[in-house]
Design a protein around this ligand. Structure first.
Ligand code: ZN
Length: 453
């Protein structure tokens, strides 16, 4: 039933849209050739794109037309500042196509800085060529895949192309934004801070190598995981209620990890926790960091690393395929598991006299030294009786899903600074989850900027 023009103007926008959609559907169905499903779906997607693009263009035109040429308040000093350039165009990729926004440019001589009031009113990112909504989606692809694959996946999902470079620029921009956030504010935004004091906070820290360009072809990436177990009722601990963990990562020194890790520990309630456990491999920096940030923590040598050292020593003594290797491993592990670290050390001492080669002697001495250096951290029987974790694989798995999945692909060689930036983004991504990641960084950056002025 055709509707007259007079009738149309009396309809609400929603009613008009329904009327329009119904008429468009009727006409489209009548005119459409017999096509397969994909052809129809893609043609309709293009129609919807055209409608979205035209609608947004009109809205932006209107906002631009309404913008007056009066002086505007400088966001830095608060003074009224005149227009310097009228209606300067900015090309921007939106979810409704490529658009051109014309807006006034004001320049504050005192602050020696310019600003665009309409950009701010629209919530446009200060730099770059995409809106926040587009940026959020590109970022999701860019931290999950190589830049090249991210650009390809974008086309699969959205039907229009973006360049590999655009993905790289978006990741760089948001990465720099994250770097400007106060660590504590960032942690609060990435994941809600629970007020209830936890029964147990577990910190796991470890390093792994990332391929980089320049003088060092490999650099150590450091990952820390902070997880907690809640107190369910006074005096009663839940068996294993794990909250979502927080992740912190850097490609750099322990010092670079320290500030952010302190913030993650604080946000996860390590200061109020009844018990804190630090799990680590044998590396000295792990224990130094634990002592600085959590002097109250119980240090535990990760069980898997202890196992690894036992097996490495056995291999040097018997070779990889010897049946004795299994017996050696079972015996040594049993002693460690039962907390008999001193017995193991004495047995190793006795073994030294039976060693034929220097290689064998060296293997024994290495394991013995490892056990004596870490004796306090290897009281596995005591730890287990107290219900403490002795190694969960949580750090190793963090290396995989926080870093390696994105940063150790075939052919990847990172510029060190970009590797560092990506490591930090990945840790934030895993802490916040894909839905909250982008918004959390924006919120933290805004709060950090407000508190620094
Ligand atoms: Zn100013």
């Amino acid at each position: 039933m055709p509707t007259s023009k007079a009738d149309l103007s009396s309809l609400s926008t929603q009613e008009l849209l329904e009327e329009f959609a119904a008429e468009l559907a009727r006409r489209g169905a009548a005119e459409a050739p017999a096509e397969d499903m994909s052809t129809m779906e893609l043609a309709l997607e293009a129609q919807a794109e055209a409608l979205k693009s035209a609608s947004l263009a009109r809205r932006l035109e209107r906002r631009s037309g309404e913008e007056d040429d009066n002086p505007k308040q400088c966001p830095r000093c608060g003074e009224q500042v005149p227009v310097k350039v009228k209606k300067r165009p900015r090309q921007v990729r939106t979810l409704s196509g490529l658009q051109v926004l014309r807006r006034n440019y004001h320049y504050c001589k005192d602050c020696q800085a310019g600003f665009y009031p309409l950009d701010a009113a629209l919530g446009m990112p200060e730099g770059g060529e995409v809106t926040q909504e587009v940026e959020r989606r590109i970022l999701d692809f860019g931290v999950s895949d190589t830049f090249n694959e991210a650009a390809q996946r974008w086309e699969v999902h959205y039907g229009w192309t973006i360049s590999e470079n655009l993905v790289r620029r978006v990741v760089e921009r948001v990465g720099r934004m994250q770097e400007e956030c106060e660590p504590e504010v960032l942690q609060e935004e990435l994941q809600p801070v629970l007020r209830q004091a936890p029964a147990l906070v577990v910190l796991g820290t470890d390093g792994s190598m990332i391929p980089t360009r320049g003088e060092d072809t490999w650099r150590e990436a450091k990952v820390a995981v902070v997880s907690r177990e809640e107190v369910v009722a006074a005096g009663r601990e839940s068996p294993s209620v794990r909250e979502q963990a927080r992740y912190v990562a850097v490609v750099g020194s322990p010092e670079e990890l320290k500030g952010e890790l302190a913030a993650a520990l604080k946000a996860h309630g390590a200061n109020e926790a009844r018990r804190v456990v630090c799990l680590g491999d044998g590396a000295a920096w792990v224990w130094n960091l634990a002592e600085q940030l959590c002097p109250q923590a119980i240090q535990v040598l990760d069980w898997r690393h202890a196992q690894h050292y036992v097996v490495e020593c056995g291999k040097a003594l018997f070779g990889e395929d010897d049946a004795c290797l299994g017996v050696w491993r079972d015996t040594a592990e049993k002693l460690l598991w039962q907390g008999e670290t001193e017995v193991l050390q004495r047995e190793l001492e006795a073994c030294l006299f039976l060693c034929g080669t220097d290689k064998e002697k060296k293997a024994i001495v290495t394991l013995k030294r490892y056990c004596s250096n870490n004796a306090q951290r290897m009281q596995y029987a005591t730890f287990r009786e107290a219900g403490l974790p002795v190694g969960s694989g949580i750090v190793e798995s963090a290396h995989r899903h926080v870093l390696q999945q994105r940063m150790k692909r075939a052919g990847q060689h990172w510029v060190p600074q970009r590797a560092h930036r990506m490591a930090r983004l990945r840790a934030a991504y895993r802490t916040a989850g894909p839905k909250h990641f982008h918004g959390a960084i924006y919120a933290a950056a805004a709060r950090s900027a407000a508190s620094s002025t």
